[in-house]
Design a protein around this ligand. Structure first.
Ligand code: GDP
Ligand code: MG
Length: 152
């Protein structure tokens, strides 16, 4: 299993406005994942239509689009072993009412349309989303000093 897998994690406008950025980032840092990209973005409709391509025809899409454009999103890229699947687990279920306590959504959300954070659902989605939100030169290549304390 690759230690260089990457995922796209975003704090949505509700998470940013509620002051949850540091809490969300620290869960990934504490787990041992490496932050390789981070920026604040107010996403355009065009970006969101591509990001949420699978949902553009769903009834909830216009409301979601408005919400996602309503303020800054914190876009991040994390790297490490199994980070896509583990990232989804750290986030919790899509509907916060089904998210276990201890997960981000299970600890901080109750509503599907205000579930505070996004995480890629597969390695292929992660690659697609990272390319959509970040330029290559915005992703930083460096070695974690704690590497040998996190990986055998
Ligand atoms: P995710 O990958 O866990 O974020 O879930 P999905 O890819 O299925 O949906 C994307 C986002 O759309 C979710 O995080 C929700 O914020 C929102 N969403 C999904 N389904 C619904 C719905 O039925 N109603 C509303 N209002 N929002 C939804
Ligand atoms: Mg999704």
């Amino acid at each position: 299993m690759s230690n260089n897998e990457r995922t796209f994690i975003a704090v949505k406008p509700d998470g940013v406005q509620r002051g949850l950025i540091s809490n969300i980032l620290s869960r990934f840092e504490n787990r041992g994942y490496k932050l390789v990209g981070i920026k604040m973005v107010i996403p355009t409709e065009n970006l969101l239509r591509q990001h949420y391509a699978e949902h553009v025809d769903k009834p909830f899409f216009p409301k979601m689009l408005n919400h996602m454009m309503s303020g800054p999103v914190l876009a991040t890229v994390w790297e490490g072993k199994d980070v896509v699947k583990q990232g989804r687990a750290i986030l919790g279920a899509t509907n916060p009412l089904n998210s276990a306590p201890g997960t981000i959504r299970g600890d901080y959300a109750v509503d599907l349309g205000r579930n505070v954070a996004h995480g890629s659902d597969s390695v292929a989605s992660a690659e697609r989303e990272i390319n959509l939100w970040f330029k290559k030169e915005e992703l930083v290549d460096y070695q974690l000093s704690q590497l040998s304390w996190i990986y055998e």
